[in-house]
Design a protein around this ligand. Structure first.
Ligand code: HEC
Length: 136
């Protein structure tokens, strides 16, 4: 293969990879839009109760250290003693997603010293934030 052919075949496979990637993203975006909105009480709170509340309730170590109370909508939206962790409509800048996706420093990965939440649970919280983080 000449140098020229090689580089055009690299460009070609990149283009194919991009197309395949876009095809994989678009249908799931549509599928999400077609689903009913996520509910705080029905979808998000049960995840917090299962994985977070043990430490993030009055008296728990997470609550004592950060001030974050995850037993209710009000507590989640109030955030820590330093301020809100959820930016309604914007999961990318919501600090809580950085901690749950383990993009933050290891000492701040949540749940603290435990297994990472499943992709499904993390996407539930992410999509609920994207839908406006409503008390629904
Ligand atoms: C085993 C106890 C424990 C569990 C379970 C736990 N946390 Fe924490 N969490 C902590 C502790 C301790 C801190 C304080 C960390 C620090 O400041 O060093 C904290 C801090 C936080 C903070 C604030 C970080 C900051 O920047 O101040 C957030 C947000 C948080 N936790 C979310 C969660 C979520 C969401 C869950 C459930 C998925 C969870 N935590 C589960 C112990 C826990």
């Amino acid at each position: 293969m000449t140098k020229r052919n090689l580089s055009s075949s690299i460009v070609g496979s990149l283009a194919i990879a991009l197309l395949v990637g876009a095809a994989a993203v678009v249908p799931s975006g549509f599928a999400r839009a077609a689903q009913p909105p996520l509910s705080f009480a029905g979808d998000v709170l049960p995840i917090l109760h299962e994985h977070c509340v043990i430490c993030h309730q009055p008296g728990g170590e997470g609550y004592i250290k950060s001030g974050l109370n995850l037993t209710s909508y009000e507590g989640l939206m109030k955030g820590t003693k330093h301020g809100p962790m959820v930016v309604p409509g914007d999961p990318e800048t919501s600090d809580i997603m950085w901690l749950l996706d383990w993009r933050a420093d290891a000492s701040l990965r949540m749940p603290h010293n435990q297994k990472q939440l499943s992709t499904c649970d993390r996407n539930t919280i992410r999509n609920w934030i994207r839908e406006g983080a409503k008390n629904n």
